[in-house]
Design a protein around this ligand. Structure first.
Ligand code: GLU
Length: 418
């Protein structure tokens, strides 16, 4: 794992690579490589034993030219300012590449949630919501789940906001439970777009995803849903992993049975149907047709990339491949579907949730899934066009070319404040 790679520098490199193909001024490019503002705050929270602890938290609002800032909040001990800035930028380019009218933002709290009780986590979350209140709003900035956060945390933030504002405004946050105004299909959305984009990529290569062998790094929400949906399409999931290690089965796993095992024991490791246990690095270099990194950033660095043998990679995680690794993979003709398209299902269904909240109307799961599918399929082929028209080296550059053009078009409309 390439800890030394600064994700914010990776974002800058990705934008620079695309800028050569877009007519964007130097000043505007500088603006579109940096967040508009970053909140850094220290939350003082009472623990169950009566002591107090301080947690550093961030919210980066990267770009709002195409609509309200949009992006998740993660809880992780390694959250830091540079990472949050990068993640907020990736959100701005992600919402642009799928063409939904939102900007990009991201937040995080430096915390290992496993070390705290539910009551403590609720107080930490509500304290952050109080700090966020002046910044967020249904037309300003709309948070959502990310690593180690989910419906529970979103419900707490919604309730804190609505109580302090003395209103009902469910669209201030997405990824809520259905009872609290959430959308059908939101939980599955990240895995769904990861698989839909992969299906189209196999089609582009004149292959059928049903014949593919698949390895998935990470068995959280995105990883396990990816496993389930790709299995439903007829592919064979031969390897999965989590932070404790991985498992391999030549004949393929039943994703639901592996999920049940993880729920019971805390890990996929030890699952009875495995031929052997493998490391995360073994998994990433397995000879499979489709590789899905669905864990944290910087999972594949240049050195590891030399050993990657998959034909297609669909990035369910944000930033799992370093820019140097991208170059190696491109030389080896590995087709990488970039995170800003592959995992964009999450924010796309968040957008549907926000639309439903504003309409005070609930869509069926079928409608959500159909609308998501049409966006991912259309935008995948849009990237293919950009890739071929400009004779680009990777699909990632194509995605940034499309997104940068869209953000620049919107930003130029407004121009700088006098
Ligand atoms: N955290 C997710 C992402 O990285 C979803 C963000 C959202 O739904 O706003 O795309």
């Amino acid at each position: 794992m390439a800890d030394e790679v600064n994700p914010f520098e990776s974002l800058g490199e990705q934008i620079d690579d695309a800028a050569q193909y877009v007519d964007v001024s130097d000043g505007m490019l500088e603006r579109l490589k940096n967040p508009e503002r970053v909140l850094e705050t220290n939350l003082t929270v009472e623990m169950d034993d009566g002591t107090t602890e301080v947690f550093t938290a961030y919210r980066s609002q990267f770009n709002g030219d195409r609509g309200p800032y949009k992006g998740g909040i993660r809880y992780h001990p390694e959250v830091n300012r540079e990472e949050v800035k990068a993640l907020s930028g990736w959100m701005a380019y992600k919402t642009a590449v799928v063409g939904i009218p939102l900007g990009g933002g991201k937040g995080g709290i430096v915390i290992d949630p496993e070390q705290y009780s539910e009551n403590e986590l609720e107080r930490v979350t509500r304290s952050f919501a109080k700090e966020l209140r002046p910044l967020i709003g249904v037309d300003k900035d709309i948070p959502a789940p990310d690593v180690n956060t989910g419906q529970r945390e979103m419900n707490w933030i919604k309730d804190t906001y609505e109580t302090l504002e003395n209103t009902t405004e469910p669209g201030v946050i997405t990824g809520k439970s259905i009872a609290d105004g959430g959308s059908e299909g939101r939980v599955e959305a990240t895995g769904r777009s990861t698989v839909l984009a992969a299906r189209e990529a196999f089609d582009y290569r004149d292959e059928d995803i049903a014949d593919a062998t698949v390895a998935i790094q990470g068995y959280g929400n995105a990883g396990w849903i990816t496993a389930d949906l790709v299995d439903e399409m007829g592919a064979t999931v031969v390897a999965v992993s989590d932070s404790s290690g991985g498992i391999y089965s030549e004949d393929g796993f039943d994703p639901v049975a592996v999920k049940d095992h993880k729920n019971e024991t805390g890990s996929v490791v030890g699952y009875h149907g495995a031929d052997e246990e493998i490391s995360n690095d073994d998994l990433l270099t397995l000879d499979v047709d489709l590789l899905v990194p669905a864990a944290l950033g910087n999972a594949i660095d240049a050195e590891l990339a030399e050993d990657v043998t998959a034909d297609v990679i669909s990035e369910a995680a944000n930033g799992p491949i370093t820019p140097a690794a991208d170059e190696v993979l491109s030389e080896k003709d590995v087709l990488v579907i970039p995170d800003i398209l592959a995992n964009a299902g999450g924010v796309t269904v968040s957008y549907f949730e926000w639309v439903q909240n504003r309409q005070r109307f609930h869509w069926t799961e079928e409608r959500v899934n159909n609308e998501l599918e049409s966006i991912i399929v259309e935008q995948f082929w849009n990237l293919v066009d950009a890739f071929e028209d400009h004779d680009l080296s990777t699909f990632r550059v194509a995605a940034y070319v499309v997104a940068l053009q869209r953000i620049d078009d919107a930003a130029e409309e407004f121009g700088p404040w006098p």
